[in-house]
Design a protein around this ligand. Structure first.
Ligand SMILES: [Zn+2]
Ligand SMILES: [Zn+2]
Length: 296
């Protein structure tokens, strides 16, 4: 158990569980119990939005016989269970019940995501881009190589990716933008993903984030995946900070042992880059509002 409550110990991206997500492990209850043990003040659950078409099922889901109907049922059960746990644990931790977006199908995703949000009256949305041109960028390495090839190289992929982020932010206006430089996920560690053209595309994405008032997820999964830095890298943190974009932490947990992982380092990382506060979302009187929380 964490002893001292830290006001900044907040995660707004994560809380996936094996109960409701094929590539996560354990029950949602075990994840929430871990969040209490980690000393979180507020813990946002952001289960993946169900993908509505069979062609977007992951190979691992297909192997287990998952269908789009199953994804939809699991999401429905997730919202019910998450709300019950939020109530049960409300004297120990604030649980927000949100979801993480997809950008597939390319033409209709906004309608689907905004419809999902409205139909469940979810607390908030993490806007994430996991696909470029409908091919996953953070799935298998083969899929990544395919999307690099389809794009005409890594630099072109990165530009398409940041363009997709800008479009997603404008169409969905999410409260939180997830893992801003996820395009690094499968790229070689020595690849140059900071060329002038990539920086220009990323700058446009940041301007979109700023224009809708979204918060950037300082996502600790980058460390767990061996990338050396969290998402996003320092240059993006500094550019975002310069134009007044706020940050939140996201442990992107997919099981109870990942809950809280990297949050202390993430705080140090932001402070070293000159960021001295984060933003939090909190529920009050049925509304979710943004609050600034000092890091030091
Ligand atoms: Zn996931
Ligand atoms: Zn994600």
């Amino acid at each position: 158990m964490a002893s001292m409550p830290d006001p900044w110990r907040i995660s707004l991206h994560g809380g996936h569980s094996g109960e409701f997500c094929e590539h996560a492990q354990g029950t949602l209850r075990s994840v929430v119990e871990a969040a209490v043990a980690a000393g979180y003040q507020t813990f946002g659950l952001s289960e993946h939005a169900p993908r509505g078409q069979e062609r977007f099922l992951y190979d691992t889901e297909r192997e287990k016989g998952f269908t789009t109907g199953r994804l939809r049922e699991d999401f429905d059960a997730y919202v019910t269970e998450a709300r019950a746990l939020a109530e049960e644990f409300s004297d120990r931790i604030e649980i927000l019940v949100g979801f993480e977006s997809e950008v597939v199908p390319a033409t209709d995703y906004a309608e689907e995501m905004l419809g999902l949000r409205d139909s469940y009256s979810l607390d908030y949305m993490v806007g994430s881009v996991h696909h470029v041109g409908e091919t996953p960028i953070d799935g298998s390495i083969d899929e990544f190589h395919r999307v690099v090839k389809e794009s005409g190289g890594l630099e072109e992929l990165a530009i398409r990716y940041y363009d997709a982020v800008a479009e997603m932010v404008e169409r969905l206006q999410p409260e939180v933008v997830g893992h801003l430089d996820l395009v690094r996920r499968h790229a070689p560690l020595d690849a140059d993903l900071e060329t002038i053209r990539i920086r220009t595309a990323a700058q446009r994405a940041l301007e979109s984030v700023e224009s809708v008032g979204a918060i950037l997820d300082l996502n600790t999964a980058g460390w767990r995946k061996g990338l050396g830095d969290p998402y996003p890298r320092p240059w993006l943190v500094q550019r975002a900070d310069q134009i007044g974009i706020g940050f939140c932490f996201g442990d992107d947990s997919h099981n109870s042992s990942q809950v809280g992982s990297g949050i202390d380092q993430a705080r140090d990382y932001l402070i070293e880059l000159g960021v001295t506060s984060i933003r939090s979302l909190n529920r009050s009187n049925g509304n979710v509002t943004v609050r600034t929380v000092p890091l030091i």
